[in-house]
Design a protein around this ligand. Structure first.
Ligand code: PLP
Length: 382
């Protein structure tokens, strides 16, 4: 048995990154400034995106998007229930109605087939989620979006570095990324809004900082821009330079991180292939590069004769950390009570919500760690 605890996720922070943050702290300018601008440029280049705005979280990006689109009471927004609660919370707080699309049972991804029947004359927006680092099949969704004239915005919190048909997520359309500590790259808290719509980028840039036409930092005066005027009421969602300099370092190592994640994931897939009680997700067959944000498995509770929570507790006793990504949003207390969706309304979402959990996966793990996780799983099953 392992003698040290293996968490399900852990950020990889280098000494050079720590030093770079310390330099910003010593520089005299710690909030949004040259480093945030440099990070936006670097991220834009990485994704080959047309425009990018750095933000203090992915949630902030989604909030600004809904505000920019003027989404409110009477509007419907289609998104999966198998996701993190942040997007659904914002739709609800805006006074609009979240409409949940079911997912494919083996990939946890929404598709044009699950989204199309939900479209009504009130539908204002479709938000697919690239789950666990796999890309949603975007082409049919893009066709649907243009045929029905309903915008599409990708929740790309799990998809930094993911490619779909040879293009990075963020290259086309509008995508929102997150740099929370469990994500593929991190700066503590942070996010990025990418879009190929220059008007939308301008609007998001303004809304993220009080509705001012300019950021606080002015390159010429190296201080606050004195002439900035409020164009409309805005929020306070900018990314600090302390965080941006860390994000810059992480972005440089992102491909290396993701290669390591893929290596570990392949080992898991190999070792778990003949354990019938544990069912990893399927990898979509269309051309895609997986970012392996999470390694999600489903437990066959009947076969093991143990519920998921007990199984996870048994792994924890053996020093293996796990997580649940996610409990379906419509089963969270508030949404269960307010939306009152009947049992079976979203069969694939519910089936997975009862069975999924995530195994440890992060770049500083070793192949030996994977072997130990699988050995612990075998022991619990036996
Ligand atoms: C993490 C996450 C978000 C929110 O990102 P934050 O940066 O934490 O605000 C949104 N959607 C999904 C699917 C996520 O996993």
């Amino acid at each position: 048995m392992r003698t040290t605890f293996l968490p399900f996720s852990k950020p990889s922070i280098s000494e050079a990154e720590i030093e770079a943050v310390a330099e910003v702290l010593r520089s005299g300018w710690i909030t949004t400034g040259p480093k945030a601008a440099e990070f936006e440029e670097a991220f834009k280049a990485y994704c080959n995106a047309e425009g990018a705005v750095a933000l203090c979280s992915g949630t902030a990006g989604m909030h600004l998007l809904l505000a920019a689109m003027g989404i409110g009471p009477g509007d419907e927004v289609i998104t999966p229930s198998m996701t993190w609660v942040s997007t659904v919370n914002l739709i609800t707080l805006a006074g609009a109605t979240p409409v949940f699309a079911d997912i494919e049972r083996e990939t946890l991804l929404v598709s044009a087939e699950t989204v199309e029947p939900l479209i009504t004359e009130r539908t204002r927006l479709i938000i697919p989620v690239h789950f666990a680092g796999a890309a949603v099949d975007m082409d049919p969704l893009r066709q649907l979006s243009s045929a029905k004239n309903i915008p599409l915005v990708e929740d790309a919190a799990h998809a930094v570095g993911t490619q779909y048909r040879g293009e990075r997520i963020g290259r086309r359309g509008t995508a929102i990324f997150s740099f929370h500590p469990i994500k593929n790259m991190t700066c503590g808290e942070g996010g990025m809004f990418c879009s190929d719509d220059p008007g939308l980028i301008e609007h998001i840039r303004r809304l993220k900082f009080h509705g001012l036409a300019k950021d606080a930092y002015d390159r010429n005066t190296q201080g606050r821009s004195p002439q900035a005027e409020v164009q409309e009421p805005g929020f306070k969602y900018n990314l600090t330079d302390m965080a941006a300099v860390l994000a810059l370092g992480q972005l440089r190592r992102l491909d290396e991180f993701n290669r390591k994640r893929a290596l570990l994931a392949h080992r898991y897939r190999e070792l778990l292939a003949n354990i019938d009680e544990i069912m990893p997700l399927a990898v979509p067959s269309y051309p895609m590069r997986h970012a392996w944000h999470l390694f999600v498995v489903r437990l066959d509770t009947k076969r093991v004769g143990m519920d998921r929570e007990t199984f996870m507790a048994e792994l924890k006793k053996r020093n293996i950390g796990t997580g649940i990504h996610f409990k379906a949003v419509h089963r969270q207390k508030y949404y269960h009570e307010t939306l009152q969706l009947p049992e079976g309304a979203l069969p694939n979402t519910e089936w997975n919500s009862d069975r999924i959990f995530s195994l440890p996966l992060f770049p500083d793990m070793t192949l030996n760690d994977v072997d130990e996780v699988v050995a612990a799983i075998k022991e619990v099953i036996a």
